[in-house]
Design a protein around this ligand. Structure first.
Ligand SMILES: *Cc1c(COP(=O)(O)O)cnc(C)c1O
Length: 372
């Protein structure tokens, strides 16, 4: 049996009754679009973050895109972000007509190097878009200071960081707005596509609600600025409501898996294996468990013989993708990001990962590394 990086079926088996009840609740409600489940989830997700507003949308990419648009980003603007991220972060910027501008990441935690942001700001810069990558928050204080100093919007990409904290504050409660994905693999995952944007600003929230609904106020049927159809689905919203109650438990489960990896693999540092580092003041939620080794490709090949299939998040930095060639980044322009892409790989990680499978991963990786 192959051990996969992610598998939702153990979770489904243990939560089946509640999840099917969620589906039944919506089917019997008589309101299949923007009904009580979307409204309920929005309220509960906002409350979880201690933020006033939440607007559900159809996926995380559109959460970033509409979040940027709601903050006033459009054609001709620049948005500063990282290239070491899921491509949708950058696709979303492109979708607003703005230009993505990349800074490099740091060697130790693979997150946005906030020391490089000031130099990337130009008169066209409209927003900063930090990504709380892999489940750990970017240091927001320097970004807040730069945003205030230059009058920029600050949007958090929280697609990988549900429940993560920085200095005690939840990811999603530190920017002007925050975009979430509930893609099934995420720390809080739906059973299909879903997303949301949280914000403390009622005007930003009102913009989002128009943007996701063709550009209309729902009751007026008049479009002033053409928007999108990016509504959160009622069935997914009800499933997310049920799962939100278990979010802290999912996070505890992921931390327990991470701890077991540390115990089983921590001594392999002298064999070149680098485990995730957690910054002071950060509570990591381990959306993915990213490790690093200079002979990554040989290791992945060897592990296939043990029937262990591993992911790389991400093998191609966004600035090197052909679809973004027009941005003009040469090879070598983001050296840490480019080096990382050749050395990182992700071990299986989900809260219901069976201990036996995890032990097999640890034992196999030990054998492979000791034989390198
Ligand atoms: C998953 C992800 C997205 C996109 O979310 P979708 O729901 O798949 O559209 C955006 N940004 C980051 C960092 C992600 O990991």
């Amino acid at each position: 049996m192959t051990t996969y990086v992610w598998d939702y079926l153990p979770e489904y088996e243990s939560e089946k009754e509640d999840l099917l009840d969620a589906v039944d609740t919506v089917f019997r409600s008589g309101q299949l679009v923007l009904g009580p489940s979307v409204a309920g989830f929005e309220r509960e997700f906002a409350d979880y973050h201690g933020v006033a507003h939440c607007a559900g949308v159809d996926n995380g990419t559109n959460a970033v895109k509409l979040g940027l648009q709601a903050l006033g980003v459009g054609p001709g603007d620049e948005v500063v972000t990282v290239s070491n991220t899921a491509a949708p972060t950058v696709v979303a910027i492109d979708g607003t007509g703005a230009k993505p501008v990349f800074v490099d990441v740091r060697e130790d935690d693979y997150l946005m190097d906030t020391d490089q942001v000031a130099a990337a700001i130009t008169p066209r810069t409209k927003a900063l878009l930090p990504v709380h990558l892999y489940g750990q928050c970017v240091d927001m204080a320097p970004l807040r200071a730069l945003a205030d100093q230059h009058g920029l919007a600050l949007l958090e990409d929280c697609a990988q960081a549900h429940g993560a904290r920085h200095g005690g504050r939840l990811a999603g409660s530190m920017g002007d707005a925050a975009a979430f994905s509930f893609y099934p693999t995420k720390v809080l995952g739906a059973y299909g596509d879903a997303g949301a944007v949280v914000t403390a600003d009622p005007a930003v929230d009102a913009n989002l609600r128009r943007l996701r609904y063709y550009g209309m106020e729902k009751t007026y049927y008049v479009v002033e600025v053409p928007g999108h159809n990016s509504r959160l689905d009622e069935v997914q919203a009800e499933i997310l409501r049920r799962k939100l109650r278990r979010l802290d438990g999912y996070v505890r489960g992921r931390r327990a898996v991470a701890e077991r990896y540390e115990q089983g693999l921590g001594d392999l540092a002298d064999r070149g294996l680098v485990l995730p580092s957690v910054n002071e003041g950060n509570e990591h939620v381990y959306y993915v468990y990213v490790v690093r080794h200079p002979r990554r490709d040989e290791i992945i090949k060897a592990l296939k013989r043990y029937d262990i299939s591993l992911n790389i998040s991400y093998p191609w930095p966004v600035h090197t993708m052909s679809g973004f060639a027009h941005l003009g980044y040469e090879a070598g322009s983001l050296p840490v990001t480019e080096r990382l892409a050749g050395e990182i790989f992700s071990l299986p990680m989900y809260p219901s990962l069976p201990a036996g499978l995890q032990d097999k991963v640890i034992a196999s990786l030990r054998e492979v590394l000791l034989a390198l």
